[in-house]
Design a protein around this ligand. Structure first.
Ligand code: PLP
Length: 398
């Protein structure tokens, strides 16, 4: 077992060795510009074509024209949403969910400031969407709907195909943020009601700084970055060739063995989950009753703070995360857990363990042994096991 036990794969993943090898020549000797006329450049252009075919395979379209390379998942989301809204300026209503990644959440908030009416679909306490609420929200003024496929904090999987059928019945464009999905659920865009779908290479053992957006043929997208003619005039800028080649390679092996991978990940995750829940009876698994990504475990420990748990995990080399954003000195509870109406005593104490194909049984056993001790240590530190109020902190005279 290495010094680092990496359980933060929903944040980013390790580059696969074959991905690194495929990229290397494009960072060294094959440095031509893929748009150049000379054969040195067009050789690089052919590498882009192959990567596009590989990514098309991962997404489930045989049509490479539908694959647009971007710089990351955030760009894919912004391109999809701005690109559609820009084409129908007369429509001023946008629908998304209250639990999106900040890439969509933040854009939705911007749109509100620009005068759009934004519907934030709620989730229930299991983190699940209500499709009737979606159906009722659609109107003639709705420009588009954007819904994440799987939640990055809890792993809860939304019924995007059913949602898409509802949206498409009204002839409204439908975008899906599928950044957390490759390698865990098979993508099949061709046989789906999805018009646009975002992925990002660094979430499936590809490099950072490259992503892709599926754009169904016939969907008109206003370019987000204007300039040169790259990406069929849909995204200007000289391509990140090495990154795209790496993404293609990662897509090829990720698409290959999703079922086996799901079993491997689900087995490890369930083992960690049952070990933690049985050792810490007050622990609460967020989203446990919903269909979840097989690699994600979001577990909250009563009256503790997730950040303190992470610091102690770090002492053992265990990398995990909370879902919450830290802002100068104050720790905001996660918008996802708040939307799920997680009771206050668990709201601050959530830790997300997210696994990948590189995690092992030995690492799970190591975490299952260390985490309960950390929790007991912190519970002992927080007088009466409560950090919810100042009066209960050690040393505070009440
Ligand atoms: N959407 C989801 C669901 C994510 O989990 C992330 C990253 O965590 C993003 C979008 C943004 O992707 P990127 O980091 O490639 O911009």
């Amino acid at each position: 077992m290495s010094d680092v036990v990496y359980f933060d794969n929903n944040a980013t993943t390790r580059i696969a060795p074959q991905v690194y090898e495929a990229m290397a020549p494009y960072l060294t000797e094959l440095y031509g510009n893929p748009s150049s006329i000379h054969s040195f450049g067009s050789r690089v252009g052919r590498a882009l074509d192959s990567a596009r075919t590989q990514v098309a395979g991962l997404l489930g379209t045989g049509d490479e024209v539908e694959v647009l390379f971007t710089s990351c998942g955030s760009e894919g989301d912004n391109t999809a949403i701005r690109g559609i809204l820009g084409g129908v300026p007369e429509k001023r209503h946008f629908i998304t969910t209250a639990v999106e990644h900040p890439a969509v959440l933040g854009l939705g908030q911007h749109l509100e400031k620009e005068g759009y009416r934004v519907t934030w679909l709620e989730v229930n306490e299991d983190g699940m969407l209500d499709l009737d609420e979606l159906r009722d929200a659609l109107s003639d003024d709705t420009a588009m709907v954007s819904i994440m496929y799987a939640n990055n904090e809890t792993g809860v999987v939304f019924p995007v195909h059913e949602a898409g059928e509802i949206v498409k019945a009204r002839g409204i464009p439908f975008h899906v943020d599928a950044v957390q999905v490759p390698g865990k659920i098979e993508l099949d865009v061709k046989n789906s009601p999805i018009d646009l779908l975002t992925v990002s290479a660094h979430k499936f053992h590809g490099p950072k700084g490259v992503g892709a957006l599926y754009v169904r043929r016939g969907i008109t997208l206003r370019p987000f970055i204007v300039g040169g003619h790259q990406e069929r005039n849909r995204r200007a800028g000289t391509e990140n060739v090495a990154g795209i080649v790496g993404m293609g390679e990662a897509a090829a092996f990720t698409a290959g063995d999703v079922a086996a991978e799901r079993e491997h990940l689900g087995g490890l995750r369930d083992q960690l989950q049952s070990a933690l829940v049985s050792a810490c009876p007050d622990a609460r698994v967020n989203g446990a009753k919903s269909n979840r990504l097989p690699n994600t475990l979001n577990v909250a420990f009563e009256y503790l703070e997730g950040e303190s748990i992470l610091v102690l995990l770090d002492e053992f080399g265990i990398c995990a995360s909370t879902g919450s954003a830290c802002t100068a000195g104050s720790v905001e509870p996660s918008h996802v857990l708040r939307a799920m109406k997680v009771p206050p005593q668990w709201l601050q104490g959530a830790v997300r363990f997210s696994l990948s194909r590189y995690n092992t049984q030995a690492e799970i056993a190591f975490a299952a042994e260390k985490v309960p001790g950390i929790i007991r240590r912190l519970q002992g530190l927080s007088a009466l096991g409560r950090v919810g109020t100042k009066e209960n902190l050690p040393g505070h005279a009440s």
